[in-house]
Design a protein around this ligand. Structure first.
Ligand SMILES: Cc1cc2nc3c(=O)[nH]c(=O)nc-3n(C[C@H](O)[C@H](O)[C@H](O)COP(=O)(O)OP(=O)(O)OC[C@H]3O[C@@H](n4cnc5c(N)ncnc54)[C@H](O)[C@@H]3O)c2cc1C
Length: 418
């Protein structure tokens, strides 16, 4: 990795201290969207701390796992999306000192800020599932939650000619943990079931979730239960995956309603939805929740996205302690609120714009079918597309997922235009 990559700025010397008016941690969906919008509003002195030279459109990984998109379609060079004039510090943030207003990076750069936006996303905690890390990518065990492994999912689906295809969803309610796009583990179950149906394969599909329902919003839950019934998918609730034996091809689940008891299920292929949480430097920083459901996530007012203890700190996206589903669509609604409120605070005013918890999960339910689940903090459906019922499975929504949303992401959202 380079120690820096300055776009519109001088290279940083080893262990140098630099200063920027706005510093953004993370150049993913949230970080770049905010940077682009700030740049369009005339903010000039922006630095983005982002280690990766690549930018990923992660929602496409579901379609990669189902064999209808190529992994290369989900990746572009990060440099293309650093707004003109902003500095890209290509390094990992490792510590936030909000009292001194400094972010330290892995290579020893001290980045001073006047205002900070925190958007480093979440990391998969594979160590919570015994044997998973070693099994992934081999022995018919995969996940769509990684650029490298999503193509393996497709390989394993095609190789499964009979037996059991097992799909798991982690405990999304455990304090300190989450899973981004909580619909993704079931989307790939539907795609696989549809593939087995089309190819007349006697494969039993099991969807095992640690939760007590397949979807938290009752209106969508009903539709998805119908989808499971159509494919004859067996849904197991209260089943938390705790271990994988890739040699015996056995998955072990802790049973939520029988504490201390486990159940083993043999599989021919296994897709794992990983437990996730914010990176360590966020969890250990003073800007994180110290307790409660969102312990370790960035503490923010759930409407203004401002940290209550450090008013010059804002957060959005997966690492923020917002009680809504973690999606790029949520980020699209959070970003303009954050930018508006940040600009007011930079002007010495109070934040006055509110985010209502909007999130959207495009749930593909088969080849050529999709339900668009949109809802907010109230847990009620909040459809945004006029005239059509997006709560039902639709072909036009599938086209939106496959073509419309990726185009919008690369060309509008990351450019600060949507
Ligand atoms: C399989 C899958 C399917 C999905 N499907 C959908 C979908 O259909 N619709 C939808 O809206 N969303 C979907 N999502 C979720 C969506 O991709 C995320 O919610 C969104 O990307 C969150 O944005 P973010 O900026 O918080 O995090 P990210 O986009 O993940 O960006 C975080 C950035 O921070 C960087 N970073 C990490 N550590 C550090 C550090 N120490 N210092 C500095 N930078 C760091 C990372 O390199 C990364 O670039 C899906 C995700 C997956 C994995």
């Amino acid at each position: 990795m380079q120690t820096y990559a300055g776009v519109g700025a001088a290279p940083i010397k080893a262990r140098e201290t630099v200063h920027h008016r706005v510093v953004i941690i993370g150049g993913g969906t949230g970080g770049i969207t905010v940077a682009a919008q700030l740049a369009r509003k005339g903010v000039r002195d922006i630095a983005i701390i982002e280690p990766s030279s690549k930018h990923y459109y992660q929602p496409l990984w579901t379609l990669v796992g189902a064999g209808v998109a190529k992994p290369e379609q989900s990746v572009r060079d990060e440099a293309q999306f650093i707004p003109k004039g902003a500095r890209w510090i290509q390094d990992y943030a490792v510590e936030i000192d909000p009292d001194q207003q400094i972010v330290c990076t892995r290579n020893g750069t001290r980045v001073r800020y006047d205002f900070l936006v925190v958007a480093p996303g979440v990391v998969s905690e594979w160590s919570k599932i015994q044997g998973a890390e070693e099994a992934l990518g081999h022995n018919s065990v995969s996940t769509n939650y990684s650029y490298e492994l999503a193509p393996k999912t497709w390989e394993f689906i095609q190789q499964t000619k009979e037996g059991v295809a097992l799909f798991t969803m982690p405990n999304n309610a455990e304090p300190g943990y989450t899973i981004k796009c909580g619909g993704a583990p079931q989307k790939i179950a539907y795609m696989a079931a549809d593939y087995f149906r089309m190819h007349n394969r006697p494969v039993k599909v099991i969807y095992a979730t640690a939760g007590n329902t397949i979807f938290t919003v009752p209106e969508f839950c009903k539709v998805l239960e119908g989808v499971c019934a159509r494919y004859n998918i067996e849904v197991l609730t209260g089943h938390e995956l705790v271990a994988v034996d890739p040699v015996r091809k056995v998955a072990t689940f802790a049973l939520k309603d029988k504490p201390g008891e486990v159940r083993e299920i043999e599989f021919n292929m296994l897709h794992i939805g990983p437990p996730q949480r914010p990176p360590q430097f966020v969890r250990e920083s003073p800007i994180a929740h110290q307790e409660g459901r969102f312990v370790g996530f960035v503490k923010v007012d759930i409407h203004t996205l401002q940290n209550p203890d450090y008013p010059n700190v804002f957060a959005l996206g997966d690492a923020s302690g917002l009680p809504t589903s973690r999606t790029g669509s949520a980020v699209r609604k959070q970003a303009p609120v954050l930018v508006h409120n940040l600009l007011r605070v930079m002007d010495g005013k109070e934040p006055d714009k509110h985010y209502g918890g909007y999130t959207a999960c495009p749930i593909v339910t088969g080849y050529g079918r999709m339900v668009l689940a949109e809802f907010d903090y109230s847990g009620k459906p909040t459809p945004t597309i006029p005239f059509i019922n997006t709560c039902k499975e639709r072909f036009d929504m599938w086209l939106l997922k496959k073509y419309g949303l990726p185009w919008m992401y690369w060309n509008l959202m990351l450019r600060g235009l949507a």
